[in-house]
Design a protein around this ligand. Structure first.
Ligand code: ZN
Length: 79
């Protein structure tokens, strides 16, 4: 199950949202102040978890040996 991390633009509260199934429709809002204004927080965990199931598109940066860095884009998808 993919987990995405979000940060509230209004109060700065950071929370995780678990997408339980691929067809789930979610309304995202801050659990603290109910603001719908959120930013995605990209973490290693959400990157790995986010490779399965339908979810918002993820853009993350990956750096390998030899200082080669690539931007990886993972679209939400149906399994
Ligand atoms: Zn908030």
């Amino acid at each position: 199950m993919p987990i995405f991390e979000f940060k509230c633009s209004e109060c700065g509260h950071v929370f995780e949202k678990l997408f339980r199934d691929s067809n789930e429709e979610v309304t995202l809002q801050c659990p603290q102040c109910q603001s719908p204004h959120l930013e995605r927080v990209i973490s290693r965990v959400s990157y790995q978890m986010g490779t399965r199931g339908k979810g918002p598109k993820i853009t993350t940066k990956s750096c390998g040996p030899g200082n080669t860095c690539a931007t990886i884009e993972i679209p939400g998808r149906y399994d």
